[in-house]
Write a protein that binds this ligand. Structure first.
Ligand code: PRP
Length: 183
């Protein structure tokens, strides 16, 4: 769906579908150059990264392997603890692999902080991050993200994989949710 289809439930569109596709094209060109001559394993973090993985990976003019991981924080409301539980592990052995983690958003940074440590312990040759969105003002830990799409404010955003209560992931762009939807 497009923002116009649910205009009454959104405050503002932050990033349009076209802007996302242009940016993913730029990032894909950088990734192609940086990983020339190397095998590349893309790891998507479910569920939010589904859209960015689908579009980014298809912009690459080279072959990659794609794997998925699903994680969740322990207990309700404890996301800030940074303790992560694996709900679906990788199918791939990371030993000696060049890994690019593909994420929809870096918020506090706690999920990626944990994933970086976890993947490093599995013997990856290199680990970098691509995130479509980043909220710099929400950072609780500094994450060294090599490929960033857009820095955005700390508003409650939905779309392009990002949800509110599992809804709105299928919005084509990224938009700020209208407060009346969640209050
Ligand atoms: C979101 C997003 C990242 C994480 C970022 O996932 O996809 O994985 O939060 O937040 P952080 O930087 O504060 O750790 P979420 O846990 O909402 O699950 P989902 O992808 O299934 O929506």
């Amino acid at each position: 769906m497009r923002a116009a289809d649910i205009a009454d439930q959104l405050s503002t569109v932050l990033v349009t579908e076209e802007q996302i596709h242009d940016k993913l094209g730029e990032l894909a060109a950088r990734v192609e150059a940086d990983y020339a001559g190397k095998d590349l394993l893309l790891i998507g973090v479910l569920k939010g990264a589904v859209m960015v993985m689908a579009d980014f990976s298809r912009k690459l003019r080279r072959d990659v392997v794609i794997d998925w991981m699903a994680v969740s924080s322990y207990g309700a409301g404890t996301k800030s603890s940074g303790v992560v539980q694996i709900r679906k592990d990788l199918d791939t052995d990371l030993t000696g692999k060049h890994v690019l983690i593909v994420e929809d958003i870096i918020d506090s940074g706690l999920t990626l902080s944990w994933l970086l440590e976890n993947f490093a312990s599995r013997g990856a040759a290199s680990i970098e991050i691509l995130a479509l969105l980043r909220k710099p003002e929400a950072a609780k830990v500094e994450i060294d993200c090599r490929y960033v799409g857009f820095d955005i404010p700390t508003d409650f955003v939905v779309g392009y994989g990002l949800d509110y209560d599992e809804r709105f992931r299928n919005l084509r762009g990224v938009a700020v949710l209208a407060p009346h939807v969640y209050s």
